[in-house]
Design a protein around this ligand. Structure first.
Ligand code: ADP
Ligand code: MG
Length: 259
């Protein structure tokens, strides 16, 4: 069982403290949702976990599968089984979705076994077809240039496909629901649910409750001012949908919960 465990994490961005002692554990097969107002540090958490150089950890620890994650490069984190779906994926003109995915698969294979000659093309095609069928994606999608002219929904689908092919143990999705119409939202959610069935642990960062209509989280956390101020079950998200964040903000500001 691989677990991502974050303890008392403090993170600075350009000398400014954004995360202020955040503690959280995600086990494989669990879905944890992190909700919270804009500017509270949700993306900062996602980037820090993947090792983005702009985010400096000043205090606290993060372990993954018993190893100190903070000692590892982004590449090593990914090979260890951590995956981050970006809030704003970049496009790569000239590189097809299929080629991109095959390169990613081969990089991982080579890292595990330096003598690896790469996945045979027929085997890769089979893998790709299987995953695209699973996600109900049109096969023409694989021949398009990555993210080039993709709609918001297509970008997110490409991320979910990448995740299905790389089979991480813990996936972090940062606002994968933003800019999605209801159909795309459903498809992405179904993809996430399929991954969960395959025992992937998911850290689902979202500003809105609506994605949680399709993905039932095991735990919902509310983040405010760089720390988690409230945790609960799926019903906490519904409560937030109805009452907003003000009631938590008031509790927080009145010192009933300490950050
Ligand atoms: P959220 O994802 O919850 O909306 P962010 O983590 O994006 O919040 O941002 C938290 C705070 O950190 C904000 O005040 C934001 O302006 C600041 N911040 C985040 N990333 C950067 C950056 N790369 N450079 C400067 N400030 C940043
Ligand atoms: Mg964000």
């Amino acid at each position: 069982m691989s677990e991502l465990s974050i303890k008392g994490l403090h993170v600075n961005v350009e000398q400014k403290e954004i995360l202020k002692g955040l503690t959280l554990s995600v086990a494989q097969g669990q879905v944890h949702a992190i909700m919270g107002p804009n500017g509270t540090g949700k993306s900062t958490l996602a980037y820090t976990l993947m090792g983005h150089p702009r985010y400096t950890v000043t205090e606290g620890e993060v372990t993954f599968k018993g190893r100190n994650l903070l000692d590892l490069s982004t590449d090593e984190r990914s090979r260890l089984g951590l995956f981050l779906a970006f809030q704003y994926p970049v496009s790569i003109p000239g590189v097809t979705v299929a080629n991109f995915l095959r390169t990613a698969v081969n990089a991982r294979r080579k890292a595990q076994n330096p003598g690896d000659r790469g996945i045979p093309i027929p085997e890769f095609r089979k893998l790709l077809r299987e995953k695209m069928d699973m996600l109900k994606m049109d096969s023409a999608f694989a021949g398009r240039y990555l993210n080039e002219g993709f709609s918001g929904g297509e970008k997110k689908r490409a991320e979910v496909l990448q995740m299905a092919i790389l089979q991480p143990e813990i996936a972090i999705l940062d606002e994968t629901d933003s800019g999605l119409d209801i159909d795309a939202l459903r498809i992405v959610s179904e993809g996430v649910n399929l991954l969960r069935e395959q025992n992937v642990g998911v850290l689902l960062i979202t500003h809105y409750q609506r994605m949680l209509n399709y993905i039932k989280p095991d735990v919902v956390h509310v983040m405010m001012g760089g720390t988690i101020v409230e945790s609960g079950g799926a019903d906490l998200a519904l409560h937030l949908e109805e009452h907003g964040y003000d009631w938590i903000r008031e509790k927080y500001e009145n010192g009933i919960i300490s950050g």
